[in-house]
Write a protein that binds this ligand. Structure first.
Ligand SMILES: Cc1ncc(COP(=O)(O)O)c(C=O)c1O
Length: 420
């Protein structure tokens, strides 16, 4: 704690700044500034990292350029044009015509919360199909909005069958079925065929987490009859985190319009946000304009590549990774037909200290891979190939390191000094 300068009287008091010793003018009657938290830092210098974990992934250099453009006003006609472009390109990325398609100012969890906050009324039955960590987050959030939450569960590494879902819809008669398309904690991609039809038959909204699939894994929201979805931008969209894409179809809009009370979350209330993102352009909150510059650039790059090409690229590179890992004698946690191209869970071999190896990759090679979450903690590594990072070169680099450096982490291997 720096010593506080003595309290000054009226007029022309100067006090030495404790860290610079330069005289500082203190205005009359103003208490002296407490400089105990005044760190003297160098300008930020971040290390080069290859982010091959569960996210964030590396951002595309053009996105970083766009983010650093000088800001413009959030009601500037040029910005308003950009808002429309972002909305339209999000519709493309999600394959939806939903009018209410916007980037929420916040991360994926903000958009996740928006889907629930806007549609749940206290006592509504919400069925959550849990097959990993992010299903549990949906349960937690839905409960906070006073839903009557019921769950069905699959072991971490499996997905739901249509029959299981239908039985649960018959038993529980929920107003909303919430589920995760791409479970980042397990590496499972939930097959979606038929689920939307079932939800319509049982008069229930379908809410889908697409955080680890948008821009990278086939997603056909309208075809699948999804009523509400959310995502992030730090994975398949090659942006730094900071915006949460959100979309709501006509059936979900009707539920919002029929609410008996206000949405119990001012910031995420889509009826208010729509006055800004819709044609009225009424101020709601100061939009993070630079975040949306980056978003526009990321979505523009996705449209330039083409969705089907982006999906195929992610699939190709994931298949190369899977074959390489199996070639090294490693075991993949998820059966091939359910595997997510963006996130691969690979079992940590018996006796290997998984954390020590991922720490070695980070410290020695600047490569991040993730560890297991929840039920898979300590059991798997999570390898992400997302957006800008989904390249054959990255796959080869990681496989080479696993081949040459993992053996030193297996029991009975010579000390690390041999490979460091
Ligand atoms: C499937 C899934 N849902 C939701 C989230 C939450 O997104 P965010 O961390 O951007 O808030 C994540 C984050 O990784 C995720 O993987």
């Amino acid at each position: 704690m720096q010593p506080r300068p003595a309290l000054g009287g009226r007029h022309s008091l100067t006090s030495p700044h404790p860290s610079t010793a330069a005289p500082v003018l203190v205005l009359s009657e103003q208490p002296p500034v407490n400089s105990s938290h005044r760190l003297q830092l160098d300008p930020i210098a971040t290390p080069e990292r290859l982010l091959l974990g569960p996210g964030p992934s590396n951002a595309h250099p053009k996105v970083l350029e766009a983010l650093s453009r000088p800001p413009i006003g959030h009601l500037d006609p040029l910005y308003i044009q950009l808002m429309g472009e972002v909305q339209e390109l999000l519709r493309y990325a999600w394959q939806t015509d939903n009018r209410l398609t916007i980037p929420m100012s916040g991360t994926g969890s903000a958009a996740m919360e928006a889907t629930l906050a806007n549609t749940i009324e206290p006592g509504d039955k919400v069925l959550v199909a849990v097959m990993g960590y992010f299903g549990l987050r949906l349960v937690d959030m839905a409960g906070r909005y006073r839903a009557d939450v019921v769950t069905i569960e699959r072991p971490w590494g499996e997905a739901f069958s249509l029959d299981e879902l239908e039985q649960a819809l018959i038993t529980h008669k929920p107003a909303i079925l919430a589920m995760v398309h791409a479970e980042t904690s397990t590496g499972v991609c939930q097959p979606m065929a038929g689920i939307g039809e079932l939800c319509r038959q049982h008069d229930c909204l379908l809410l889908l987490d697409t955080v680890t699939s948008l821009g990278a894994v086939p997603l056909l929201l309208d075809e699948w009859q999804v009523d509400l979805a959310y995502s992030c931008r730090q994975k398949g969209l090659s942006c730094p985190p900071g915006l949460g894409p959100f979309t709501m179809g006509p059936r979900a809009e009707a539920k919002l319009a029929a609410r008996s009370g206000k949405v119990p979350n001012w910031y995420l209330d889509v009826s208010l946000l729509n006055q800004y993102w819709g044609s009225d352009r009424v101020y709601h909150h100061t939009a993070p304009v630079n975040m949306n510059f980056g978003m526009r650039e990321a979505l523009r790059l996705l449209a330039e590549e083409g969705l089907d090409q982006a999906w195929a690229r992610h699939r190709r590179n994931a298949e190369q990774l899977w074959a390489g890992l199996e070639g090294l004698g490693l075991t993949l946690h998820v059966p091939e037909e359910l595997r997510l191209p963006t996130l691969t869970t690979v079992r940590i071999p018996e006796g290997v200290d998984g954390k020590a190896f991922s720490r070695h990759l980070l410290d020695t090679h600047g490569i991040e891979v993730g560890g297991g979450l929840g039920a898979l903690a300590g059991k798997v590594w999570r390898i992400g190939l997302m957006g800008y990072n989904s390249t054959p070169e990255n796959v080869e680099r990681l496989l080479r390191l696993l081949e040459t450096e993992l053996p030193a982490f297996t029991p009975g291997a010579p000390a690390m000094a041999t490979i460091a």
